[in-house]
Design a protein. Structure first.
Length: 67
């Protein structure tokens, strides 16, 4: 009985290690995706701000030219 129990414990530990490693890999993948989405979001935000600044500059030039 002890040998069977020991074998079962080793099998369960091996499976637990494998599933823990799979979970860790999934977690790392999710973190990478989150970071990539954040970088894209920040890039889009900076482009939006830049385009708004360009638009404001154009409007200011139009006002100055009309005066």
């Amino acid at each position: 009985m002890d040998a069977l129990q020991s074998s079962t414990n080793h099998s369960l530990l091996a499976e637990l290690r494998e599933r823990t490693e799979q979970y860790n890999q999934l977690w790392i993948g999710c973190q990478r995706q989150d970071n990539a989405m954040l970088r894209c979001s920040l890039s889009a935000d900076s482009q939006d701000i830049s385009s708004r600044e360009d638009s404001t500059d154009d409007e200011n030039m139009n006002i100055k030219n009309n005066v």
